[in-house]
Design a binder for this molecule. Structure first.
Ligand SMILES: NC(=O)c1ccc[n+]([C@@H]2O[C@H](COP(=O)([O-])OP(=O)(O)OC[C@H]3O[C@@H](n4cnc5c(N)ncnc54)[C@H](OP(=O)(O)O)[C@@H]3O)[C@@H](O)[C@H]2O)c1
Length: 253
């Protein structure tokens, strides 16, 4: 990673899909990027660093991220710091009647506990003068009751609300006399995107995902967006000079 670093993005889930496309887009725009995933990343760029981490291992998450990035993110030379909570666990498909509690806790660890922990750690650790942008990658399943997506949808609903609560807490801290901080949060729905995640939905069966044939049909009709499209929109948010404390957006809207 070349020095000095002024724009640094931590993006989770950069081994495939939207996370990989976003990391590439940000590198093209001159950002330095730290990517987090269990598998390696195909990205080779002097501004890119891959950190191998299982976000489901919540017991060790804070220590691991502190060890890897604590000094980097607290550097006062960083003008703009981004955290994109993009990684998600969609492994546990099935109706509420079928859901196993151990699997459910694993989904919540990756989709809720890890992004909340990373956001809190970043706010505690970053220089207070640094501009911070947090993006929580959401889904239509966070606000619509899609059958068979109970584990995933409820986890994303929790993450969406966590971002809203964080924004309120930041406002309350300032109103209580704390120093103003330029911190903003976006909850972003990428639409239906041609990634491994969609492949997993199509590979399922209608008894597990009653909407499975809908996803198969969208794919057959070529209606899935390429990962570069949401990547472009998220990167534009991260580059924007002024944004509200909390926003919600969806691909193309
Ligand atoms: N594709 C869609 O249609 C769609 C629609 C709505 C929302 N989304 C959201 O978009 C985001 C990106 O998904 P995608 O579509 O790009 O799917 P994807 O290609 O399957 O990417 C998921 C990423 O999450 C990472 N990940 C999963 N579990 C992890 C763990 N325990 N620790 C670390 N990293 C982990 C994966 O890396 P490793 O496996 O290497 O760890 C991978 O890089 C997700 O938040 C998803 O909910 C996607």
């Amino acid at each position: 990673m070349p020095t000095p670093v002024t724009h640094l993005a931590i993006v989770t889930g950069t081994s495939s899909g939207i996370g990989a496309a976003l990391a590439t887009e940000l590198l093209d725009r001159g950002w330095d990027v730290v990517g987090i995933a269990r598998r390696p990343s195909a990205i080779e760029h002097p501004g890119f660093r891959h950190v191998t981490l299982d976000l489901g291992d919540t017991t060790n998450l804070t220590d691991a991220i502190e060890r890897e990035l604590g000094e980097v993110v607290s550097d006062p030379g960083i003008e703009r710091l981004a955290l994109v909570n993009n990684a998600a666990h969609i492994g546990l498909l099935g109706t509420i009647e079928q859901l196993d509690p151990v699997g459910l806790a694993e989904v919540y660890a990756v989709n809720v506990a890890a992004p909340i922990a990373l956001s809190g750690w970043l706010l505690r650790r970053a220089n207070p003068q640094t501009t911070i942008r947090i993006v929580d990658v959401s889904t239509g399943a966070a606000t619509n009751p899609y059958p068979g997506l109970g584990a995933y949808g409820t986890s994303k609903a929790a993450l969406r609300l966590a971002g809203m609560i964080l924004a309120e807490e930041l406002d309350a801290a300032e109103q209580g006399g704390g120093a103003p901080r330029d911190v903003s949060i976006l909850s972003y729905e990428p639409g239906i995107v041609d990634t491994e995640m969609q492949g997993a939905l199509r590979a399922s069966t209608p008894d597990v995902i009653p909407l499975r044939d809908f996803f198969v049909e969208l794919h057959r009709e070529g209606q899935l967006a390429p990962a570069s499209e949401p990547a472009l929109e998220i990167a534009s948010f991260l580059d924007a000079a002024v944004v509200p404390r909390h926003t919600e957006a969806r691909l193309g809207g």
